[in-house]
Design a protein around this ligand. Structure first.
Ligand SMILES: [Zn+2]
Length: 340
């Protein structure tokens, strides 16, 4: 009886409950990258699109999540972090299956030194975007719509440039050990800082070591984040501790493949983060001992690529951005985290 009275006295629905969640899907593209964000208004942003070919393996996985899981009928914004095939592999093919309203990239270079086929390969992307993709540079923001909870997407790096090095001194700046200059397009990756109320999510594409340090030394212009998409599939040429330790994520999600990324050194760097509560891996690194990676219950796919079901990881951020859940696949039990 008491309970009934208490329930009757409670306001039926609080204002915040009427607003939807921000959902982030980390789609398994076997060591490429594809991240789909859907804001409470239903506005969608897809960052990267996995590998082409392989009988449309990645294309079909992406379409499944976009249409069947997220229930979208169009993609509002499709971004490319940089010009490697595991990142822009399906943008053109996707656009033949579902409407894409805006294309975003770092600008299309005339040539790409590491890819002799680039001009051919990018021609499909040019046609798909009707040669009218929008270029982004460090300091830009995407024109996304806020609801009751403020929502923003800011670009921190692009084409080897970084936002101004303002902010507090980075206490980990001395950990930087310069590496030989990276002449590939990885170093030119766009980095995205997404904010949803108090929640902050960082995704840096395949940004590499020296540009990470350029962004993060001597000051930390980003501050700390709640969720970090581990850079470059967890490869050791990225994830400089000057960045990873300073942003000190509470949850990290690594888009590695069974034999690509997910490296021991990067996992050790992540484990040194004071606030890290959970590391999710899209794949078990089949070459690494179990104790050197995250516990099996935090790994979405444990077998090799052949026969892989492509299980996704989803984060769902509550209105206001003060808390969020992370689950593995449709049957996964959501784990609960508080924003910092
Ligand atoms: Zn990559």
């Amino acid at each position: 009886m008491m309970l009934v009275i208490l329930l009757m006295l409670m306001p039926s629905v609080s204002a915040a409950d009427t607003e939807g969640h921000l959902d982030i899907y980390f789609i398994d593209v076997e060591g490429g990258a594809c991240t789909l964000l859907v804001s409470p208004s239903g506005e969608s942003l897809i960052i990267d699109s996995g590998y082409p070919d392989n009988n449309d393996r990645d294309l079909n996985r992406i379409l499944h999540v976009v249409r069947d899981v997220a229930g979208l009928e169009q993609i509002d914004h499709a971004a490319v972090t940089h010009w490697h095939l595991d990142h822009y592999g399906n943008h053109a093919a996707l656009s033949t299956k579902i409407r894409i309203n805006n294309f975003w990239d770092r600008g299309i270079p005339d040539v790409l030194s590491e890819d002799a086929q680039f001009v051919n390969r990018v021609s499909n992307y040019r046609s798909a975007s009707q040669n009218a993709s929008n270029s982004l540079k460090a300091g830009d923001s995407l024109p996304v719509k806020s609801g009751k909870t403020s929502y923003g997407v800011r670009i921190l790096t692009g084409s080897r440039e970084v936002i101004p090095n303002t902010g507090q001194p980075n206490p980990y700046a001395d950990l930087h050990e310069p590496q030989p200059k990276d002449t590939t397009d990885n170093a030119a990756s766009l980095s995205f800082l997404l904010t949803f109320g108090e929640f902050r999510f960082l995704c840096c594409g395949d940004l590499t070591w020296n540009i990470e340090a350029k962004l993060m030394t001597p000051n930390n212009p980003i501050g700390q984040v709640d969720m970090f998409m581990v850079t470059h599939h967890g490869l050791a040429t990225s994830n400089n501790p000057v960045l990873v330790r300073a942003i000190d994520p509470r949850v990290a999600v690594m888009c590695n493949g069974p034999t690509k990324g997910g490296t021991e050194g990067v996992i050790r760097t992540l484990r040194k983060c004071e606030s890290l509560e959970a590391l999710y891996q899209l794949h078990r690194n089949v070459k690494l001992e179990p104790e050197l990676q995250t516990p099996a219950s935090f790994i979405a796919n444990s077998g090799p690529t052949q026969g892989c079901q492509g299980v996704w990881v989803k984060a769902s951020v509550a209105p206001g951005g003060r808390e969020y859940t992370v689950q593995i696949g449709p049957e996964g039990k959501p784990r609960h985290y508080l924003s910092r």
